[in-house]
Ligand binder design. Structure first.
Ligand code: DQA
Length: 148
């Protein structure tokens, strides 16, 4: 199985960014925890973070060409704005799980809407950075190789 872990804008600042909301773990911690899970299950993992919408779209398109089987994505602020990221995911047909560190439903009203959730296999919000690991465990235990 081949999994892509995608993170959107400002998640490179995890660890120092609003620690009361997002905790003290860094993005490197998240990537290494998910890598350990993937490797333990004999799966391949690639991780990518960008602050740029188009770079995320390009990376999703590349995953489609590369035959990636699953995407775990925290689109960050683009969750609430990006038709382009939604269309890229739908365009590749790769099943994805949407992760939010914070509970977006307990925050500002404009964070309650996601452009991705109605197309996601599952949505995790409010479990802190552990949510990435739960998403990865679900992918590793239930997803199948895609027939491309
Ligand atoms: C976030 C929630 C978004 O509303 C916010 O813009 C982020 C992070 C989360 O992980 O809780 O950057 O996706």
């Amino acid at each position: 199985l081949s999994v892509l872990l995608l993170n959107g804008p400002n998640l490179n600042l995890l660890g120092t960014r609003e620690p009361g909301v997002y905790g003290s773990a860094t993005l490197a911690d998240v990537v290494s925890a998910c890598t350990a899970l993937a490797e333990g299950a004999g799966a391949q993992i690639a991780a990518f973070q960008s602050n740029h919408e188009g770079a995320l779209v390009d990376r999703i398109q590349a995953a489609g060409r590369d035959g990636v089987d699953a995407i775990v994505i925290n689109p960050a602020a683009y969750t609430h704005t990006s038709v382009a990221i939604r269309d890229a995911l739908l365009g590749t047909g790769i099943p994805f799980i949407e992760v939010h560190i914070s509970n977006i439903h307990a925050r500002e009203a404009w964070r309650h809407h996601s452009y991705l959730s109605d197309k996601a296999v599952a949505v995790i919000a409010g479990m802190g950075v552990k949510g990435y690991e739960y998403a990865m465990q679900h992918v590793l235990s239930t997803f199948k190789k895609r027939v491309v």
